[in-house]
Structure formats: C-alpha cells, structure tokens
Design a protein around this ligand. Sequence first.
Ligand SMILES: N[C@@H](CCC(=O)N[C@@H](CS)C(=O)NCC(=O)O)C(=O)O
Length: 369
Amino acid sequence: MRRSDMQKSESRVTCSQLPVSTSLRARVLALAGFALAGVIATAVPTASPASAQAAADTVATIRARGQLLCGIAGQVPGFSAPDSRGEMRGLDADTCRTVAAAIFGDANKVRFIPTTSQNRFTALQSGEIDLLVRNTTWTLTREASLGFEFASVNFYDGQGFMVKAASGVTSARQLAGASICVQPGTTTELNMADYFRAQNIQFTPVVIETVEEVQKAFISGRCDAYTTDASSLASFRMTQGPNANQYLLLPEIISKEPLGAVVRKGDWKFFDIVRWAHFATLTAEELGITSQNIDSFVDSNNPDVQRFMGKTGDLGQMLGLQADWAVNVVRQVGNFAEIWDRNITPMGVQRGINNLWTKGGLQYAPPMR
Ligand SMILES: N[C@@H](CCC(=O)N[C@@H](CS)C(=O)NCC(=O)O)C(=O)O
C-alpha cells in the first residue's frame, strides 16, 4: 500500500488529555525568541533545537531543584505504572531512580512526569523533563535531528503483533486487509508501513494516541491486530488477567527497538551520569553485588570491587558525584538482574538478549576504572 493510500484509510483519534503539552506550550512560548517555540507550536520537532541548550548544566539544575524530573509513560506495567499505593513501578521508573541515587544518594528524589508517545520529545527539548525513560527507541533521527543522545539501553526489544487467538491468525503475513492499532509518533508506525509495503500486503492503520484508547480499540474489535514493542504487548497481555490467553503474540519480530534513557545533546556531564548509573547496575551484577549483600563487599580486596565501592580511585569525583555513588545505586535500586526480576520477570518475559554479555546477551559495561 502506498503512503498516500494508507493515509486515506487512516483513522485518527486525537487525545483530549495530554498530560504535558498544554503547560509545556504555554511555558515555551513565554520564552520570547527561544528557537524552540516554532517547533513546539507545530508539535512536530524536526530541527535540532536542543543545541540552544547545550551550555545548560542539567545536574546543577537538578541539584538546585532537589529532584530529578523524569519523563515516563506511566501506563505500561513492567516499565512505568503506579502500584496500588500510587508508587511508580517498572524498569523505566527504576532507571530514573538509579540516576537520582547517583546524584543525590537518594533514589526517591525523582518526580515522575507522564508523557505520551507524541509529546515526549517536546517535553525533553523544552526542559519540562531532565531525562526521558519511556519505552523509547534509539534511532539515528532522534539523535542527529531531534537533538538528543541515548545514554543507555535498558531493554533490547523488537516490534511484534498481537491478535485475538479466536481470529485463527498465526502469522503477520495473514494480516492482509486487517486494521491494525498503533500509537502515533512511534517507530512502530513507521516499521509497520515498511514491513507491509515490502511484502506488498494492504492494511489499515488505526492511529490512536493514548495507550488506554489503543488497547480499548483492540479489545473491542475495532482493530484486528495491535502492534507495538513486544515487551509492551507482553505487558498488555499480563494486564488482561484470566483473559490473557485470548490474545496471541505472532511469531514475527519486525524491527530492532533498543529502548533507553534519553538526554538533551551537549550536556555531557549529565549524559555520563545517566550512562554510568546504568553501567553500575551491570557491573554490580557481573561482580555478584546485590542490594542485599552489598555490605559484605565493603572490605573486599578485589580491586574492581574496591573501585566500585569508592574505597579506592576517584571515579565518583570524575563524574561530579560522591565516592559511594555506585553503592547508593545498587543498595537502593538493585543490580540489573534485581531490577529485571522485579519488573520484567512477572510478565513472563525471558532475559534473552538482555542478559549480560557473559551469558550470551548484549548488556555489557565498559570497565569502571
Ligand atoms: N519504542 C517505540 C514505541 C514507544 C511507545 O509509545 N510504546 C507504547 C507501547 S504500550 C507506549 O509506551 N505507550 C504508553 C503510552 O502511550 O502511555 C518508540 O520509541 O517510538
């Protein structure tokens, strides 16, 4: 299907409740002459406006505020969703916490800001958030054109399709003529178009902004299939409880979706902290250090452990942090395996390529020295 045909058949539902954009637009437009205003006004970020903020000292801003402002999805169990007590839980939420633990020695000094697939990038560009950890795929465009850098990857994912088991569909190749629910402003939307065009298969995208509405549309039968990152499909299935087996994940994984933590380009001090907070969780896993046993490593004579604990060397100082920054990350949030097991394992998703490199996976931390 050609793009023009696709657009004709596209059904668009716009969201009336965007958590960020209203105040965001007002704030940005108030900054007279600020290069970003035009971008926000059209809500289609294309240039590299964040370079205007390259000189900003994000860490100083975070310290002065006393809190990290972390953009998350807020509605994706396993990644970021409130628990019964209203605490934000999930892999993305914990990634935010590792950064707060590194900067403040207190993983709780985070304010979670819900963003949508559509407004997440303007929220980061404008400074409404310091850090974006929202099921967001690392792509060339997002770095080279939107003015961001991906500091870490917390989940190597891929795009999948879910159908109702009762439909009898068992392969994405059987989706000819199907209507497929997807969220806008995502790599998902683009990959799907590429995939079906390459196979010469016609389909109707049903583009819906909020995850709640997109899932409702799929459940009610308004679309025949639902496509997004396979991890999010697992999350959706889990939330269906006893009805979970009514939904089937098709075998085709059609893309690479390295999901990670995103910062504005140019503030390397903050970039380094976000990146090495993640590497600290991997290094701890590699060294066998957990939130539970970390105190038993205090007197270790292993030089790698001594540096990790801040007993020798000056790694903390180099990052502008306390000597025990990595200890705070692991004690308060856990090593990567603990973070994974707490958030992802309950969805029935295997570690697979997200394992440490020593176990055949892609998670690899450069030396902490
Ligand atoms: N990884 C893709 C897709 C991201 C995305 O929006 N995923 C959906 C999957 S459920 C999501 O997070 N929705 C939550 C929401 O919109 O609140 C991207 O970066 O474009």
